[in-house]
Design a protein around this ligand. Structure first.
Ligand SMILES: [Zn+2]
Length: 232
């Protein structure tokens, strides 16, 4: 997935460059006017994966899209765990060492999410419907090629599930969320200008989620593709 970035020093009339998206969120731009700029784009892994899934879906690859959506949910659980632990001011080194024990097993991570949610909100965590757990397993482990309709229904379900939980974290675990996001800040540089950029994503941690459904968000994404903000 490529993303359009502009040199912030030449903005608003800067020449644009496409960059391949990465998890580190740091992109080096070599502008035609001689500026060397580092642009950081603070996005969580689940935001990137859900975005990639949505682009794959619009491109007509439902299987790849479903795999990305499923991966986005797993990374969303990780994100929520980190936010809730940060809310409780658990030292980063302890979190890191403990996470290693579950980093390769998604079932353990879901278990950790459920129990931490229970502790943080004193209520039962929302669970993903078994129908969609089976769907995910069938696509991931048995090579199912899902239909466009079913993939869209799956994405729509996960979108709403994550949007609801994210809204809850934003309002009731705001300190933890801020602390966790700030702990990921990557602005160490070698005399190169660092600028923080923002892009509209299907689900957003740092910005308000303004659409009411997956379908509406997808319509926005279609427009962004037409405007050249994203491309293959
Ligand atoms: Zn420039």
């Amino acid at each position: 997935m490529k993303l359009l970035l502009r040199c912030p020093q030449c903005a608003p009339n800067a020449a644009s460059q496409y960059v391949e998206m990465n998890y580190e969120g740091v992109y080096e731009l070599d502008c035609q006017n001689g500026h060397r700029v580092l642009v950081t784009l603070p996005l969580q892994k689940f935001e990137i994966l859900f975005q990639m899934g949505s682009l794959a879906f619009l491109d007509g690859y439902p299987r790849e899209a479903a795999l990305d959506f499923a991966a986005a949910l797993e990374r969303f659980f990780e994100f929520a765990i980190m936010v809730m632990l940060s809310q409780q001011r658990v030292p980063k080194s302890h979190i890191k060492a403990t996470w290693k024990q579950l980093s390769h097993q998604s079932e353990r991570q879901i278990g950790a999410f459920y129990m931490l949610y229970l502790q943080s909100f004193a209520q039962q965590p929302p669970t993903v419907d078994n129908k969609w757990v089976s769907f995910r397993n069938s696509v991931t482990h048995r090579g199912e090629i899902p239909t466009v309709e079913k993939t869209e229904a799956y994405a729509s379900y996960l979108w709403q599930y994550m949007i609801n939980l994210l809204a809850q974290l934003k309002t009731r675990q705001a300190d933890g969320l801020r602390r966790y996001v700030l702990s990921q800040d990557v602005t160490a540089n070698n005399g190169v200008t660092v600028t923080t950029a923002a892009i509209p994503t299907m689900i957003s941690v740092l910005h308000e989620n303004v659409t009411d459904s997956f379908a509406d968000s997808l319509a926005v994404l279609r427009q962004l593709i037409e405007q050249g903000v994203f491309r293959k």
